[in-house]
Ligand binder design. Structure first.
Ligand SMILES: Cc1cc2nc3c(=O)[nH]c(=O)nc-3n(C[C@H](O)[C@H](O)[C@H](O)COP(=O)(O)OP(=O)(O)OC[C@H]3O[C@@H](n4cnc5c(N)ncnc54)[C@H](O)[C@@H]3O)c2cc1C
Length: 325
């Protein structure tokens, strides 16, 4: 029996062959997975990862598919769609002043929890720390992999992580603290180690839900006024440039915005097949209907080339490319 068949047999009838993946991403692009399984509990997620490691089949975790460009020829090995959804209160620290708790609260979430659900839950409970991320698509696992961020008010998801449970590439389950992740702009250690996050505990502060909704609603309003709505996209395609690079180019206030550079390279609305630079936000590539991964990559290459010609800056992709192109 070949290893794929062996793994499929172990994972049971829910594990399918040649599952098309495009609809599991927000860009709606990409070919099939050799093997595909959806995991709804932490145990099932851990089991799928460990079984794949055990038989030596490569595996890929798919969260909300909101930052992932899957190749037209699909992904070899097993794709695990993480649909674990549990949120648990883990405890509080601090003291009571005038009957009010002052201090930290600890919320543990499965890595497949939809980040927006977590944001709404913490706001309603009056827990401060991730409210600015309202509107961030995807799951907790994807947000830790990317250290997803918001700029006004500035916040990175990793800022408020306390600890996490991961599965190593040898199949061992470990608890690790926030420092383990080496969070930076659009980066975490997971991008190198390829470890899987099973669950995460966030350390949040007490606030009022009115204050938190106010911040969250301002984030959402800003998203709605600056980003295309109801389109197939992965959000920002490129990272913003560094402050030191921004000082080398003659732009207003030395902006670090990749979108500004793409726009001023004359690319808003530019298309390659069915892939388009959004006319609303130049750092968003939109699938206008039936785009291929190749068209997206061709457009990425054109953008990089034109921005290099005009500003002498190398843009770096923020999106993750996975599979065979
Ligand atoms: C409209 C729109 C707006 C966006 N706005 C923002 C924004 O404001 N800020 C921002 O930073 N990003 C933004 N993004 C990008 C994207 O939403 C984030 O990067 C998001 O956190 C990705 O999460 P995901 O679950 O969808 O990850 P996926 O796209 O499913 O996966 C991304 C990577 O994470 C890995 N991964 C996923 N889960 C796990 C896990 N449990 N363990 C280990 N690795 C895992 C995957 O294997 C893959 O390599 C936006 C995207 C869209 C479409």
């Amino acid at each position: 029996m070949d290893t794929l068949t062996k793994l499929q047999t172990t994972l049971g009838p829910e594990c399918k062959r040649d599952q098309s993946l495009a609809n599991f991403t927000t860009l709606k692009v990409g070919g099939p997975a050799d093997l595909f399984v959806e995991t709804k509990t932490r145990d099932a997620l851990e089991n799928a990862v460990r079984q794949a490691i055990h038989v030596g089949v490569p595996f890929t975790i798919l969260g909300g598919g909101s930052n992932i460009l899957i190749g037209d020829k699909g992904i070899r090995g097993l794709v695990i769609r993480n649909m674990t959804r549990e949120i648990t209160m883990r405890g509080i620290k601090g003291k009571y002043e005038n009957g009010n708790h002052v201090g930290e609260v600890y919320v543990e979430t499965d890595s497949g929890v939809i980040f927006n659900s977590l944001v709404r839950f913490t706001i309603e409970e009056g827990y401060q720390g991730i409210e600015m991320h309202l509107g961030l698509p995807g799951t907790v696992g994807g947000a830790l992999f990317m250290n997803s961020k918001w700029t006004n008010p500035e916040g990175y998801v990793g800022d408020v992580l306390h600890s996490a449970t991961i599965v190593t590439t040898r199949g061992e389950v470990q608890n690790v603290g926030k420092e383990y992740f080496h969070f930076g702009y659009d980066t975490s250690i997971l991008q190198k180690t390829k470890e899987t996050v099973l669950s995460a505990t966030f350390e949040l502060k007490r606030s009022t839900k009115e204050t938190l909704w106010d911040i969250a609603n301002r984030s959402i309003a800003y998203r709605r006024s600056t980003q295309p709505q109801g389109v197939f996209t992965l959000g920002c395609t490129f990272q913003n440039i560094s402050k030191s690079e921004a000082f080398t180019i003659p732009t207003p206030l030395h902006t670090t915005s990749a979108g500004y550079l793409i726009d001023h390279a004359g690319l808003k609305g530019y298309t390659r097949g069915k892939a388009q630079v959004s006319p609303i936000h130049a750092n968003f590539i939109v699938n206008t209907g039936g785009a291929t991964a190749k068209e997206i990559l061709d457009l990425v290459a054109v953008i990089k080339e034109k921005v290099k010609q005009k500003f002498n800056v190398e843009l770096k992709e923020e999106i993750v490319k996975v599979g065979d192109f």
